[in-house]
Design a protein around this ligand. Structure first.
Ligand code: NAD
Length: 248
């Protein structure tokens, strides 16, 4: 799988799965826009990659920030071939009756509206170029009700729906859109998290079944494949990358 002469934009690339994706695309020959809301980590990853990367600080949940992000990608590299909508945040595992509205809105804003905003801003460039590939990072919580709290579950089901909508709408325009569903993966997403006791008690036994942790690089490998020409007829696929957890 080679990405020579291609440009990949990865959101949430300052840490975890997004960082692994950015590094992997660069190793495969791409130039990479390393986007994160955290300027420090975006800069660190871009420096680690070297000449083939540019750091871009952006909040994917904010439309003007996203416009500036896509502007940076186009002014730096002139095109975008691959978009990895990867940035996301967890909820506190709160169940539907318990989740505070502000938590619901924050998680939906980043995970779902953010994925939409970046897609919406990048699509005109893909259409103008005659094609491209989008890989969304959803979650097992995008196909199951018991893998996270209400907000995260609803947001990731939304990402799955948006993936299929984009895949269907632009299939004849050379644009493919697929999603990976990571199982539990060694990243920083749960650092400092405080969990809702009732939700954690209900979800704990299910999550324990998925406790064989993946490495971020295993998610990046799947994303590279889906973005590559080797997957040229794969469009609208929702791909578990979980070592078999969701097969149970
Ligand atoms: N780690 C897991 O077990 C797991 C499982 C399933 C799905 N996922 C999904 O994988 C994706 C990556 O998460 P991760 O586990 O690597 O977590 P992580 O916390 O290590 O990395 C996420 C990155 O996204 C950035 N980010 C957060 N909000 C942002 C915003 N508004 N705009 C731009 N960047 C933002 C963070 O600063 C961070 O660098 C997320 O969408 C997450 O929901 C993770």
């Amino acid at each position: 799988m080679t990405f020579d002469d291609r440009v990949a934009l990865v959101t949430g690339a300052g840490s975890g799965i997004g960082r692994a994706m950015a590094v992997a695309f660069a190793k495969a020959g791409a130039r990479v826009v390393v986007c994160d809301i955290d300027a420090g980590t975006a800069g660190d990853v871009a420096r680690e990659i070297g000449d083939a990367a540019v750091a871009a600080t952006a909040d994917i949940g904010d439309a003007s920030s996203v416009e500036a992000l896509v502007g940076t990608a186009i002014s730096t590299y002139g095109r975008i071939d691959v978009l990895c909508n990867n940035a996301g945040i967890m909820d506190t595992m709160a169940l539907p009756a318990d989740i505070p509205l502000d938590q619901w809105e924050r998680v939906l804003r980043v995970n779902l509206t953010g994925t939409f905003l970046v897609t919406h801003a990048v699509l005109p460039h893909l259409l103008g170029q005659g094609g491209g590939a989008i890989v969304n990072t959803a979650s097992e919580a995008g196909i199951r009700g018991g893998a996270a709290g209400a907000a995260y579950t609803a947001s990731k089901h939304g990402v799955v729906g948006l993936t299929k909508s984009v895949a269907w709408a632009y299939a004849k325009d050379g644009i493919r859109c697929n999603a990976i569903l990571p199982g539990p993966t060694m990243t920083n997403i749960a650092n400092g998290a405080s969990f809702d006791p009732a939700g954690a008690a209900r979800l704990g036994p299910v999550l324990a079944l998925g406790e064989r942790l993946a490495q971020p690089e295993q998610m990046a490998d799947a994303a590279l494949y889906l973005a590559s020409d080797a997957a040229s007829f794969i469009n609208g696929a929702i791909v578990p990358v979980d070592g078999g957890w969701s097969a149970a």
